[in-house]
Design a protein around this ligand. Structure first.
Ligand code: SF4
Length: 345
């Protein structure tokens, strides 16, 4: 049987009875979608009823003081949602004559409304064919189609949106979107999806290939920290300074040349030596490299500083013959320096 027929039948038989179900007023659809962005259905239920009772129209919301709006929102968290709604309600009053825009692009342009919410409002209130792809829909379609791309990527969302666009062709867009979200939320759940009662099991790639535990692929975007390391390679009479790393940081207990860590690439070796009153005869950059760790990108530079005597400025550093450097455990960037020194004899 066709996908849209199966989906429509499933939705008719299984949809939950929610206070915003069947709503066609774009304002109330908007309120429900914003509340549900970061809130579970059970918790959002009362807030939706209270909010729409207190502010039954976009005009009522626009005319209310922001303090009153925040009071009704109290306890729901993510207060920027309430502030954006208030701002947008006033904009709808001032620039759209109090009428919620009927056009997807205009809805999408409103503050606090992203792709998903714009598609939900446009499809449910105005029957416009825009797929609303939330996390539930992403999971369902990735399993159904066997999509192995990371669902945290925008390109994956785009791909799933395109699939949905084809799948929704035979259905009312608003019903399609609500049915897809409902199916993902209640049947094709993250853990223990109900495959044995699922109307799509015969055509579901994940089920047919025992991949329901594997799909969808979720690789969270880990924030990569940038760090800027400047190593000082003092040279005097075939000797240099070395120190051991300590503290709760990378490369703990490994050895290194004296290190100056900065917030950016703006490090001037001559200025640094002058400011620290470290006497030297010549200073130059001898190696620059980028080193990638799991959660950090290191921008590393080595400076060779020829001097009349090794400075006593670095309290934990100790002098060693340069030829002994390879005997110490060092991190990869310093290994690169040693390799370079060896090549240059
Ligand atoms: S068979 Fe299972 S994994 Fe596939 S769509 Fe249905 S519930 Fe989801």
């Amino acid at each position: 049987m066709e996908f849209s027929i199966l989906l429509g039948q499933w939705y008719e038989e299984n949809k939950r009875d929610l206070p915003w179900r069947g709503e066609t007023d774009p304002y109330k659809i908007w309120v429900s979608e914003i509340i549900l962005q970061q809130t579970r259905v059970n918790q959002g239920w009362d807030y939706y009823l209270r909010f729409t009772q207190q502010f039954p129209t976009v005009k009522a919301l626009a005319g209310a003081p922001i303090e009153e709006v925040l009071k009704v929102w109290q306890g729901l968290g993510y207060y920027s949602r309430a502030r954006n709604m208030h701002f947008t309600a006033q904009l709808v009053m001032n620039e759209h004559g109090g009428r919620f825009p009927h056009d997807y692009q205009q809805i999408r342009a409103l503050k606090g409304i992203g792709d998903y919410t714009a598609a939900a409002i446009a499809s449910i209130a105005f029957h416009l064919p825009y797929p609303a792809v939330d996390g539930n829909v992403l999971r369902f379609v990735c399993r159904l189609m066997g999509i192995r791309d990371n669902i945290m990527l925008g390109s994956t969302k785009q791909r799933v949106t395109e699939h949905c666009r084809h799948l929704m062709a035979d259905m009312d867009p608003g019903t399609f979107n609500q049915a897809m979200m409902e199916f993902g939320a209640t049947c094709c759940t993250p853990q223990s999806p109900q495959c044995h009662t699922c109307p799509f099991s015969a055509q579901c790639y994940a089920f047919q290939n025992q991949l329901t535990d594997t799909l969808p692929i979720v690789i969270k975007n880990v924030k990569i920290k940038k760090r800027y390391f400047n190593y000082l390679f003092f040279v005097h009479n075939q000797k240099t300074l070395l120190e051991q790393r300590s503290g709760n940081d990378i490369w703990k207990n490994l050895f290194q040349l004296p290190l100056v860590e900065c917030d950016s690439t703006a490090f001037d070796i001559e200025q640094y030596l002058a400011e620290q009153h470290i006497p030297y005869s010549a200073a130059r950059e001898v190696l620059a490299l980028k080193h990638q760790l799991t959660h950090q990108t290191l921008f590393v530079k080595f400076y060779q500083i020829d001097c009349e005597e090794l400075p006593i400025f670095f309290p934990h550093a100790f002098p060693i013959p340069i030829k002994d450097l390879p005997n110490y455990a060092v991190a990869r960037p310093t290994e690169e320096l040693l390799k370079r020194l060896k090549e240059e004899g």
